[in-house]
Write a protein that binds this ligand. Structure first.
Ligand code: GLU
Length: 421
């Protein structure tokens, strides 16, 4: 499928092929399961602050609509391509099915470096993107959410643009909104909290004590920073390595996470120049000896080049697609040394709480943060148990077990609904 040619798409396709072989999925079903139902490409002309008009490319991929609306975030990043967005949409499908959410997967994005935009320009890109997508989405068709490079403010602009067009407020069109306009408590922290919860469950299984453990976290955004906080402040773990796209830092005795956060708040949101730890190369960060390694940034950072050299006991995938299929093979041969919490389980907290937000928006009845967090942990616990049980009984790597559960559910739904006409 040249249309989607991209390294991330190749990863998603290869992971699916392995599962389809394992589950003996009929050839006639494979393309139907993998290829997106709809892919929309839009051009966004934006007037820059200097008066020039610049065009940006935007995408939205709706992977399957078999079990309800599609659901997924919107990424603003210079590396966004149709193929990457498609891979991310496919991963959302398996993630939603694994956690029992009534959704297919979706993802969208704009190829843009938000650091080069003023606030007004960011608003223009956000609103124009939503405007162009209005014919293709809806609270029962496709529900947007946040992803890398977008935040609550962007979600509020999305909701406002959609609602102005409709003539009334439509909170269910997008999740990750500010609480003041129908967002849910606990959404901002949800992904990171979920990552921490699952790490605690894995430590428990491995009979390791959190306050005697060390952690390394790659990515210090909405997922990585919240996970770092939870591991450090709640579990008493020593976070010895952190990084973002501007720099990586190491401190043997543990990094003061509150100081790192203060630093990013005071330095345009980035870690560059952080003085309370030693700079280290981003590659070396991943192979530091530690108990818990959390990749929480982009795809394909654990590859065949470093998988054999990872020195973590637990690999908790906060990012989507951080591990390539080639690295997976190496990690599976090391299953006794590295306990993998696969992405579609590990980072599912975000979309689970997005689902809660959508439900609250449709019902116009709102929950407390305790209700949100309790229900989040219950869903994660069920999915975690299911993955561990399947991996044990079928002697499968954790990713294969998680995917098998997700893919089987989508397959069963497609078979039950049948082909029309
Ligand atoms: N971007 C998040 C993810 O990759 C979730 C998006 C959403 O809340 O819809 O899982």
């Amino acid at each position: 499928m040249d249309l989607y040619a991209d390294p991330a798409f190749a990863m998603a396709a290869e992971q699916f092929r392995l599962i389809a072989d394992y589950l003996n999925i009929d050839d006639s079903m494979r393309a139907r399961m993998l290829q997106p139902k709809r892919s929309v490409i839009v051009t966004l002309p934006i007037r820059r602050d200097n008066g020039h008009v610049e065009t940006f490319q935007g995408y939205r991929v709706q992977h399957h609509l078999t079990m309800g609306p599609t659901k997924g975030g919107t990424r603003f990043h210079p590396g966004v391509t149709l193929g990457e967005v498609t891979a991310l949409a496919i991963w959302m499908s398996w993630k939603c099915a694994l956690t029992g959410l009534p959704y297919g997967g979706a993802k969208g994005g704009v190829t843009v470096d938000t650091r080069t935009l003023s606030t007004r320009e960011l608003e223009a890109v956000s609103r124009r993107y939503m405007q162009e997508m209005i014919p293709f989405i809806g609270e029962r068709t496709d529900v947007m959410g946040p992803d890398m490079g977008t935040n609550e403010q962007v979600m509020a602009w999305f909701m406002d643009t959609y609602s102005i067009n409709t003539g009334f407020t439509v909170p269910g069109i997008v999740t990750g909104k500010p609480v003041s306009v129908g967002g849910t408590t606990g959404r901002r922290e949800a992904t990171g909290r979920g990552v921490v919860y699952l790490i605690e469950r894995a430590l428990d299984l491995l009979k390791m004590q959190p306050d005697r453990c060390t952690a390394v976290i790659q990515g210090f955004g909405n997922v990585g920073a919240v996970a770092a906080q939870g591991l450090a402040f709640k579990d008493g773990m020593k976070v010895i390595g952190i990084s973002d796209h501007t720099g990586a830092f190491y401190r043997k005795d543990g990094i003061d996470i509150a100081a790192a956060e203060k630093w990013t708040r005071e330095h345009n949101g980035v870690l560059a120049g952080f003085t309370e730890a030693d700079p280290i190369s981003p590659d070396d960060l991943l192979t530091l000896e530690c108990d818990v390694l959390v990749p929480a940034a982009l795809e394909a950072v654990i590859t065949e080049k470093n998988a054999a050299r990872l020195r973590c006991r637990i690999l908790a995938e906060g990012a989507n697609g951080p591990t390539t299929p080639a690295a997976d093979q190496i990690l599976f041969s090391r299953w006794n040394e590295v306990f993998v919490i696969p992405d579609i389980l590990c980072n599912a907290g975000g979309v689970i709480v997005s689902y809660f937000e959508w439900v609250q928006g449709l019902q116009q009845m709102f929950w407390t943060e305790t209700e949100v967090t309790d229900r989040l942990f219950r869903i994660l616990e069920t999915a975690f148990q299911a993955v561990i049980k399947r991996a044990k009984s079928a002697k499968l790597p954790h990713r294969m077990a998680a995917m098998a559960i997700g893919v089987e559910r989508v397959l069963a739904a497609k078979m039950a609904r049948g082909l029309f006409p």
